[in-house]
Write a protein that binds this ligand. Structure first.
Ligand code: ACO
Length: 396
């Protein structure tokens, strides 16, 4: 699906009444945040587990270390911390969110959605919430969807999170995959504005004929969990690395070109490309093929490995915080992943919001505490109601 082909910008807002033309709506990123687990695992540590070496991993992937979830971390807890930081930067209260989307390949459960847990913990009481599964392209899909929802007038403020605990589904006996992945989360807050800019266009693609190249075969309806699926390692990542590598280098280039041309720009107009951080060789090959020097490509795969849906929001967050993204810059986000899926989006960056006032941050913290209280209260009431209904049924 070409989500908009340059048509995302410039839709009339929902207030256009009495035949009067409404102001155009744009979807701007107004907040960003990230979270990685405290525990860092180096290549040397991995070489104690499987037959590999720091030198092989660095040369073939560019990865030096990755963060690994601790016993108390999960996809939802990492997502929550990244989301709180993004709301803080945006100075947005959770009750103002219309939608919470969590892109993830490692959800907290098959259901309920991880996004529903995040919505509840934040106290985003006026928001819908759902998870989005598009492998490592998940954040690009979610960002495009969120922007379309805003531009169409269906929502004003949307939280988009990419969060993963891949260490929980990695086969720690398979040296071909376990060296690649890491855990983390990144989040952005998008808000409607009449100021031109923001998420301007996107391209989403899928080729399910390559589904077996990268999969977690069991645990769904095709292979429900059983002693056999566990014994056969079917709840772990299976990947044909060489084929994924070839696919990735091809589609990263195509998708980047497509969104840039969609806006009537050239690659020279793009200040920064933020690619999915899977392997430095894939990133360098794409940059070479696009003719873009590496100083215009953001890279942090050396410190985090491949964090799937979290990789782009983490990189975006770091790029903004380190001043690599400047007002009025055009930036391109581009990813590929399981599915097979791939996609890109082009953003015109607008000046960042002022820092939040300490008062509103304190109000948000009280809000989180009240949200926990309200959630606990609702659970209690539900239990009491079901207990009373049980008593009533017995006495009949
Ligand atoms: N340490 C040492 N040797 C290794 C390791 C390792 N960790 N892994 C593989 N090897 C060996 C292989 O066994 C093979 O040995 P052989 O020649 O004796 O058989 C040799 O290295 C070469 O193997 P290749 O698979 O050809 O290695 P390659 O250079 O292709 O690198 C890699 C493998 C890093 C996996 C690469 O193919 C790659 O990055 N692919 C893309 C993966 C990717 O991006 N996946 C994420 C997708 S996003 C998502 O949705 C999750």
């Amino acid at each position: 699906m070409a989500t908009n082909q340059g048509k995302m910008n410039g839709r009339p807002g929902r207030n256009g009444r009495n035949g009067r033309k409404a102001a155009l709506r744009y979807a701007h990123i107004i907040g960003w945040g990230m979270e990685v687990p405290a525990r860092v695992m180096t290549n040397d540590e991995i070489s104690q587990i499987v037959d590999t070496s720091d030198q092989w991993i660095r040369e073939r992937t560019g990865i030096r270390e990755r963060h690994i979830a601790g016993p108390k971390d999960s996809t939802a807890t990492l997502a929550l911390r990244a989301a709180k930081r993004a709301l803080e930067v945006a100075d947005v209260n959770p009750a103002d969110l219309d939608l919470v989307i969590v892109a993830t390949a490692t959800p907290e459960h098959l259901f309920p959605a991880t996004a529903c847990l995040v919505q509840d913990w934040l106290g985003a009481s006026n928001a819908g919430a759902f998870d989005l599964s598009a492998g490592c392209t998940g954040f690009i899909y979610a960002l495009n969807l969120a922007a379309q929802t805003i531009v169409s007038g269906a929502a004003d403020t949307v939280l988009v999170v990419g969060s993963e605990t891949l260490s929980r589904i990695v086969n720690w006996e398979d040296r071909g995959t376990c060296v690649l992945f890491g855990d983390g989360a990144g989040a952005v807050v998008l808000r409607a504005s009449n100021a031109p800019g923001g998420v301007l266009t996107g391209l989403l693609r899928s080729d399910g004929s390559g589904s077996e190249l990268l999969s977690l075969p069991a645990g769904g309806s095709r292979f429900p969990p059983s002693p056999e699926t566990v014994a056969n390692g079917m709840h772990k990542i299976h990947m044909n690395g060489r084929e994924v590598f070839r696919f990735a280098t091809r589609v990263m280039t195509q998708a980047t070109r497509s969104v840039v041309e969609d806006l009537g720009l050239t690659l020279n107009d793009v200040a920064l490309i933020i690619p999915h951080q899977a392997n430095i060789r894939i990133i360098e090959a794409a940059a070479r093929s696009l003719g873009i020097p590496m100083d215009r490509v953001y890279v942090n795969v050396d410190r985090y490995g491949n964090t799937s849906s979290a990789s782009i929001p983490i990189a975006l967050c770091e790029a903004i915080q380190s001043g690599k993204v400047k007002p009025d810059d055009y930036i391109v986000l581009v990813a590929f992943g399981a599915g097979l899926t791939w996609g890109a989006t082009a953003i015109k960056w607008v000046p960042t919001p002022p820092p939040p006032s300490p008062l509103s941050q304190r109000a948000r913290e009280v809000g989180y505490w009240l949200a926990a209280l309200r959630s606990a209260w609702r659970r209690l009431i539900r239990r009491l109601e079901s207990w009373v209904r049980g008593l009533a049924a017995q006495s009949q």
